[in-house]
Each structure stands twice: as structure tokens, then as C-alpha cells.
Design a protein around this ligand. Sequence first.
Ligand code: 1GP
Length: 245
Amino acid sequence: MKVREYILDTIQKHKMHMTLIDPAKQPPEVSGQIARAACDASTDAIMVGGSTGVTQENLDGTVEEIKRGCRLPVIYFPSGAHAISRKCDAIYFMSMLNSRNVRNITGEHAKGAPIIKKLGIEPISMGYVIVEPGMKVGEVGEAELVRRGDVNTVIGYAIATEFFGMDLLYLEAGSGAPEPVPAEMIRAARESVEIPIVVGGGITSPEHARMVGSAGADIIVTGTLVEDGSFEGRLKEIIDTVHRV
Ligand code: 1GP
């Protein structure tokens, strides 16, 4: 089954949790252990990526180690065309719609697309929208951040994503954000489009997960949480909450 189909199928049954692993944050073997623990906690897919420090070498090593101990789909969450892993099951072919730099909207894509095609990796298209505070990804992506109260702008990006024919919309507060994307923004996007909505950035508790899920996110991403050595209990609580919303 293609990863896109797996996602569409799974969200018919329950909301999904995806665990994001940054290859620049720990050695590949440790990433493998994190993925195994996330698998045991019933996460629904592993995403691999980070805003800075991802190289072809740490990416390949990380995906290899993840695949060694975990059967879930591994989706590459790229920051550019400089590193593309042939070992991933799919790649988010994502355009940062509110970047001021065309490189992040279509430029890296034109560089990466022929490579992705040649390697036969499944692309899953995604409109990627950065909401305040945006953190590192907002900075390196040169995003014109959507203000936290600016629901109309989010609605515009959501509908634009759907009109572009993209598979998914991702509302991103930035990794390590003190608070997730506001519920009213997620709700407004949910009411405006039919495509699945991914939400990530700053989700660190079951309460956050419940808030984001009940506002309308179909896929909830946590990353930073697994970078702390003893995350298993908290991760399990968040995943169980996501599956029950
Ligand atoms: C970042 O949305 C993801 O791209 C995850 O964010 O690291 O804050 O969980 P956190």
C-alpha cells in the first residue's frame, strides 16, 4: 500500500500521531531506539527531518536504523534538496506557502523532483504554513509568519492548498514552540477545506493533543518530546489521547 493511501485509510478510523525524528539531534542508533519506542507506544508513522544540520549521511544512517526496528512507514520531512533518502517510504513534497524566498516555495522542489522521480520515492504533496512563533523553521524558511490571531490568512492558505490539488495541509507553530497552533485557527481551516490537516509544533501534553485534535487536526506531530531520554510514558499518553479524540 502506498503511504498516501495508508494515511487516508487510517484517518477514516482514528486521528493519527506521527513521531518526528531529527537526524541532526542524535546518532542514528539512538534515533533507531527512539523509533522503536514510538512504535511500541503505537505511533502511526515516523517522520524524519529537521531545519538545520541534516546531511545525506546522517539522514541515510538514521532512516536505516529506524527501519531496522520499526515496520511503520518512514516519511522524509525535508528542508531542501541537498539530502534525499532513497530508503524512505515517502517524502512530503512540501511547499512553504508563506515563505518570502521562492527557493522554499518551488525552487528546491525543481531541484529535488527529478531525483525523487528517479529514485522512485512516493511524493505526498503538502502546503506548509508557518504560524507564529515559527521558531527555527520560520527563521531559516524566511517565513512571513501568520499572526496567531489572523484566522483569515490561515483560511486563505488552507483553501489555496486545496485549490493547488495538494494532498495535505500542515499548520506549523515551529519545533519547540511554547504553545501549539491556536485551536480557532485549526477549526477555521477544518471548516474551509476537505483535505486532511496536519498540525505540529509545541504539542507536549495530552491536553495539547486533545485541543489540537478536537479542533480538527487529522494528524498530530510531536518531535521535541522524544529528544528527552525518558519520554516513553508521556509519548504513550499523547498517542492514546490522539487515538481517542
Ligand atoms: C516540527 O511540528 C514539528 O516541525 C514538531 O514540533 O518539536 O515542537 O514537537 P515539536
